[in-house]
Design a binder for this molecule. Structure first.
Ligand code: MSP
Length: 511
């Protein structure tokens, strides 16, 4: 049977020499969902990339004394390194400076112009000459430029416009008849009531005040507005409007665009209207997640309140960071990040719950049975309860993941490990050993190891390295996701591999 396809995207990132933990949030979440869908048998395509045009980049490059292209090339190498460090398993990394993307965006612009959805007009606005920036009345601070505080002047500039207003009614109908399109539902209401229903104005989609952008082919003093350029990445990456558009035919429409809450607006207004103009189906869902904040405020370079995420990885390991990002904050809400919270999570869940469980269990197996996994027919009164919870977890995780409730799904897996720890307290294997109750002891250790195996397979999408390491230590070939409702597949008479504590407790500085 042909696999069902699943196309998932992150936003493409602004090249920033200062990636922070907030940037990792979208991508780690998307990576987890992509891996999960793969485990569930989907043919997944996971896209990420970088959004490299615009005045800001041009200015930064000038400040750095290099060309914009040189400036972005260096940062993109760094971004890819960050994603590698975080174990992000994307299928494609698109850059908006890639030739094929540039050509497709130009074709899209021309197509819309030819069919009358883009027209030439005049852009009137408030302009700050030193900053080369246009501002609206409401963006000004005390009537002055919000960036440099200097006077702004009214100017008008020739520009191209996209007929956003033409699509307003169709967009409202679509959003109202597809309740799953914008999630969580609070963001859908915000978009409809605050932005769309009050009225959409045509959108200015070209600029002549800077050059670092994709030129309009038929009027090349204009460069294409960065959001038109950037949003098109989701289809240009698949070869839309090219000779080989097989990926586009296979994967479009996207199943899920995961984006931060501040860019939901672009993804649920400009993007669907563009797609309607191109006569293409709309993405099935745009999910706007919340922000990671530090001490209740923004993660900010000027406040210097964060470190490069790779430093946390060096200190605590990649899965500790993934765990924090996936577990701490309800997906959709804002949540705090601090190193202290990270260490607390690490100690309670990773070191105490799963790390300690695996280490204790493998140590007991080594001590009592020379590291050989054995079974027996003798039961304990606590087995059924443990086994029922373990075999029911795959379904629970799937139900949560289908609703994008990632922290709840991860916690359901940790219920297995917590239940195992309780099972050790209930069955007291060290007493069984003293009593020479070998058969019961075999059962207890086998049940623990089998529960750990199932938990480890389920962890793959969330903490891939931890999952792999636990399964390696167990020396099992039973790593398939499809049979996790069956308890008892872990092989008998197998010798476990060498093992070490997978998460060492971290002593807090103040302790
Ligand atoms: N370039 C645009 C996206 C274009 S998509 C066609 C952009 N880039 S960004 O680099 O500013 O942001 C990329 C992602 O990182 C966004 O989803 C954004 O919400 C996310 N985050 C940046 N800071 C964040 C936090 N502090 N917390 C969580 N996510 C945040 O927007």
């Amino acid at each position: 049977m042909e696999k069902k396809k699943y196309y998932i995207t992150t936003p493409i990132y602004y090249p920033s020499a200062n990636f922070h933990i907030g940037h990792c949030y979208t991508t780690v979440s998307a990576d987890c969902l992509a891996r999960f869908k793969k485990q569930n048998g989907y043919d997944v395509y996971f896209l990420t990339g970088s959004d490299e045009h615009g005045l800001k980049i041009q200015k930064k490059a000038t400040e750095a004394g290099v060309s914009p292209q040189e400036y972005v090339d260096k940062i993109i190498a760094d971004a890819k390194d960050l994603w590698k460090t975080l174990n992000i398993n994307y299928d494609k990394f698109i850059r908006t400076t890639d030739d094929y993307h540039v050509a497709i965006v130009q074709k899209i612009f021309k197509k819309l112009y030819d069919q009358g959805d883009i027209y030439k007009g005049e852009y009137k606005g408030l302009y700050c000459t030193p900053c080369e920036s246009f501002w609206t009345e409401t963006q000004l601070v005390d009537g002055k430029c919000p960036d440099c505080g200097r006077e702004v002047s009214e100017v008008s500039e020739e520009a191209y416009f996209f007929r956003l207003s033409k699509y307003q009614d169709r967009l409202v109908d679509y959003i109202e008849s597809h309740p799953e399109f914008i999630q969580p539902v609070s963001r859908k209401n915000e978009m409809l009531n605050n932005f769309i229903k009050p009225g959409l104005e045509d959108l200015c989609v070209s600029r002549t005040t800077f050059t670092w952008g994709i030129p309009v082919t038929f009027d090349n003093k204009h460069v294409i507005y960065v959001w038109i350029d950037a949003l098109s990445n989701y289809i240009s990456a698949l070869g839309y409007l090219t000779e080989d558009d097989s990926l586009f035919k296979k994967y479009w429409p996207a199943d899920l665009h995961i984006v931060g809450k501040e860019i939901v607006r672009f993804h649920t207004i400009i993007w669907p209207c563009l797609l309607m103009a191109l006569d293409l189906p709309l993405p099935k869902q745009v999910f706007g997640h919340g922000w990671l904040i530090i001490n209740g405020g923004k993660i900010s370079k000027s406040l210097g309140n964060y470190r490069d995420p790779r430093e946390y990885v060096k200190l605590y390991g990649v899965d500790a960071i993934r765990y924090y990002l996936l577990r701490e904050v309800p997906f959709g809400s804002d949540g705090n990040f601090s190193e202290e919270l990270l260490v607390t999570r690490y100690n309670t869940d990773l070191a105490n719950t799963v790390g300690n469980l695996v280490n204790r269990t493998l140590s007991m197996l080594t001590k009592y049975f020379d590291g050989i996994i054995l079974k027996s027919d003798v039961k304990t009164e606590f087995d059924d309860d443990l086994i029922n919870l373990v075999v029911g977890t795959k379904k629970k995780v799937k139900d949560y993941m289908d609703k994008l409730e990632i922290p709840e799904a991860l916690d359901a897996i940790f219920d297995i490990f917590r239940r195992c720890n309780k099972y050790i307290d209930e069955t007291t294997p060290w007493l069984l050993a003293k009593e020479e109750n070998k058969d019961k002891l075999k059962t207890v250790l086998y049940n623990l190891l089998e529960a750990i195996r199932i938990g480890a397979v389920l962890l793959e999408a969330f903490l891939p390295d931890t999952s792999k390491e636990i399964l390696r230590e167990l020396n099992t070939k039973e790593t398939s996701y499809s049979d996790l409702e069956k308890f008892g597949l872990l092989e008998e008479n197998i010798h476990i591999n060498d093992f070490k504590p997978i998460f060492m407790r971290i002593e807090k500085k103040d302790e």
